[in-house]
Design a protein around this ligand. Structure first.
Ligand code: F6P
Length: 370
């Protein structure tokens, strides 16, 4: 019998998580007389020596007006209790003992791939867990969209439009780098809505000579070029244009060879492709000054945002349905949106990376280079 439910909000923060918490608390209290507590810093807080220092009690008063607030009130962490090392150190047992200590019977976890994996680990220990997908990357399967994605597109579009207008005014080449890990959704949709000329996404590898030819042609025609690039785009190591740029410019060589490391889930840390392309394009086009090509990194500006209406509505629907599932005795599932309906997805199905799958004709027509 479920009485007390804990929230954990792991992975990268984004908009809409607070709307999920607010709706779940309201639904749980009104429909099931449930109690709620937030565990700050997700699995890191839940596995800490003093879990009681990481708790935020959540009642109707605490969630009043919460749905419009940015990021997550529960902070976040990428700590992974189910990594090989942490399993050997006994963290899964510590997690269970801590949840028992604070009298929690079930967990609601918002997350991307990594938090869903941790939720799956917890549910395999027979502890009830329901997840709701959140990430600006929009890369979880079984759901059309995730919390935070629509807000990131809205804000990113405004930012790219501004760089587009500025590049027109100054007649120059502008590159905007956008997050998204190995998926190009965010860059693709912001690029289209923001009015970019050229779009680079990880799903469509590009050779640099083709890219530079396109830039030259556009530049001759309109005297400015706007390029958006996903952080997950990787250059082919033996691309002749890259080899030449590395040989001629030590900064390119250093940036390309820099090891950014991996996170606690084994994901490579990304970022910096915009600055690399800026230098390569300058060399290849024979431009005199580095400032003839400008690069902007939207970076974390797309993460700590207050939600747009779509994300408030999505968080609200996810919150209601996640609580209903727990009280119906369901565990080990993710809520998702398919079309206009809320659906229930197995964790294993959700974890298949959702990458851009538009037709080549559509991609080419909107400016994706490949
Ligand atoms: O998964 C969301 C995301 O913003 C990715 O787009 C990005 O690569 C990553 O998180 C950055 O992670 P961190 O906040 O750990 O630097």
């Amino acid at each position: 019998m479920i009485k007390k439910i804990a929230f954990m909000t792991g992975g990268g923060d984004c908009a809409g998580i607070n709307a999920f918490i607010a709706a779940a608390v309201r639904q749980g209290i009104h429909q099931y007389q449930a109690e709620f507590v937030g565990i700050k810093k997700a699995f890191e807080g839940a596995c800490s020596d003093r879990i009681e220092d990481h708790l935020l009690p959540l009642n109707l008063e605490a969630v009043n007006g919460l749905e419009v607030k940015p990021s997550t009130i529960l902070e976040s962490s990428r700590f992974n209790p189910f990594s090989k090392d942490n399993v050997e150190k006994g963290y899964p047992q510590k997690l269970l003992a801590n949840l028992k200590k604070i009298g929690v019977d079930a967990v609601l976890a918002t997350g991307g791939n990594d938090t869903i994996k941790s939720g799956m680990g917890l549910s395999k220990l027979n502890f009830p867990v329901i997840s709701a997908p959140k990430s600006i990357d929009n890369d979880v399967s079984g759901t059309d969209t995730m919390l935070g994605y629509k807000t990131a597109i809205t804000f990113g579009t405004a930012a790219v439009r501004s760089t587009v207008d500025s590049a027109k005014t100054h007649r120059r080449i502008s590159i905007v780098e956008i997050m998204g890990r190995e998926a190009g959704w965010l860059t693709l949709e912001i690029g289209i809505a923001g009015g970019a000329d050229l779009i680079l996404i990880p799903e469509k590898p590009v050779d640099l000579a083709t890219l530079c030819d396109r830039i030259v042609a556009l530049n001759q025609r309109q005297q400015y070029v706007n390029l958006v690039v996903a952080e997950g785009v990787r250059l082919k190591p033996d691309d002749p244009v890259l080899l030449r740029a590395k040989a001629e410019n030590p900064v390119v060589k250093a940036l390309v060879e820099e090891d950014l490391g991996i996170d606690s889930h084994g994901n490579p840390k990304l970022g910096g492709i915009g600055q690399i392309l800026r230098r390569i394009i300058r060399t290849q086009l024979g431009l005199k000054k580095l400032e003839d090509v400008r690069a902007t990194d939207l970076g974390f500006t797309l993460r700590g945002l207050a939600p747009v209406a779509d994300d408030i509505v999505l968080g609200t629907r996810f919150g209601i349905n996640a609580v209903d599932l727990l009280f119906a005795g369901v565990s080990g599932k993710m809520v998702g949106l398919q079309g206009t309906r809320i659906v229930t997805v197995d964790f294993a199905d959700a974890l298949v990376q959702k990458q851009v799958n538009w037709s080549e004709n559509d991609l080419r027509s909107v400016g994706v280079v490949f």
